[in-house]
Design a protein around this ligand. Structure first.
Ligand code: RIB
Length: 332
């Protein structure tokens, strides 16, 4: 496989805008997931600030990046807390609106003993985030050098957001999560499409699967054939894979013990965007993002698990030593 890096100078120190969801995460830790009809006793219960959009915004801010959150909360007690938590990390929340007609988004999350999760979301105010609200944030989008999108707000809003971002020349990083069928226009409108393995399977029409690197590569090439510019596959313990025009690259995962994988993908996207925004090359940004995701799985919760820049750099130093002594660092 060949290596390549994109010109990073033109979005150096860019403002980042995240357009997406805010959720209150209701999290139960338990030994194993229940089967249908079964009742289990959990170990503990906590409420964390979450939502894929808010997690990505929070992740950028924790790393020290300049970021605005564009989204909606509802009319309930969670709303103030969700906004305040983002603001406390340094996220510009001026474009987070309140929908008085509905509750804030929630996610019910179960975490098993291996740190894997199952998530059910009820969109609430995120589901009412329409084109009018998006247009009201047009200036914030136009001033962003990078725009991060996910799929926890209505599809027409995501599609319009991608178009607006491209009109102003922003780099669009699109996380197709949770997986839903997406148009070829949206696929082609993003500079990076960043599925995990489950989302990659669903997007390419096969049952959710534990892909080998070679299989994931084949599936990423299928998305490219449909028009995706660059496909960045997040593969957890198998690392991450980038497939672009004439270039394919694999970053190995960092050797950590996962306690909670919730929002690891959000930590990855936040760190990848942050790194590009500060002028790192694409290959450096992918390594930085892999380290950020590794940090995040060692801690519980979505936003509380997002690492600082110092923590990511420490993870990178540990991993460099491991690579030297164990000969990891494999390229596909
Ligand atoms: O990506 C993790 C997030 O997915 C959680 O924070 C939860 O809110 C769901 O949206």
């Amino acid at each position: 496989m060949s290596h390549s890096s994109m010109d990073s100078v033109w979005h150096m120190n860019s403002q980042i805008a995240v357009i997406g969801s805010l959720n209150a995460d209701f999290v139960i830790n338990l030994e194993r997931f229940p089967v249908a009809g079964e009742t289990l006793i959990g170990r503990d219960f906590k409420v964390f600030p979450g939502g894929k959009g808010a997690n990505q915004a929070y992740g950028v801010a924790r790393l020290g990046g300049r970021v605005s959150m564009i989204g909606q909360v509802g009319n309930d007690a969670q709303a103030d807390w969700l906004i305040a938590n983002l603001a406390a990390a340094g996220v510009d929340t001026a474009q987070v609106r309140r929908d008085p007609t509905v509750a804030s988004g929630v996610a019910l999350i179960a975490i098993d003993a291996a740190g894997q999760n199952q998530i059910i979301i009820v969109p609430g105010a995120n589901g009412n985030f329409g084109l009018d609200q998006l247009k009201a944030s047009r200036e914030t989008i136009a001033s962003a050098g990078l725009v991060l999108l996910q799929l926890e707000i209505p599809m027409p809003t995501v599609e319009a957001a991608a178009r607006l971002a491209k009109e102003s020349g922003a780099v669009v990083i699109f996380d197709p999560a949770p997986a839903r069928p997406i148009s070829d226009e949206l696929l082609a409108g993003a500079d990076y499409v960043t599925p995990n393995e489950t989302e990659l399977a669903i997007l390419t029409g096969v049952p959710p699967s534990d892909f080998t690197l070679a299989e994931a590569l084949g599936k990423a090439r299928e998305l490219r054939a449909r028009g995706a510019k660059k496909v960045l596959v997040k593969m957890g313990a198998k690392g991450a894979l980038l497939v672009g025009d004439g270039m394919e690259h694999h970053w190995p995962a960092m050797p950590v013990t996962a306690v909670d994988t919730t929002a690891a993908g959000d930590a990855f996207n936040a760190a990848f965007a942050f790194a590009l925004a500060e002028g790192q090359t694409e290959l450096e940004a992918g390594r930085f993002a892999t380290a950020a995701a590794a940090c995040s799985v060692t801690r519980p919760g979505a936003q509380p698990s997002m690492p600082t820049r110092e923590e990511v750099q420490a993870m990178l130093r540990i991993t460099s030593q491991t690579v030297e002594s164990h000969g990891l660092g494999i390229i596909v």
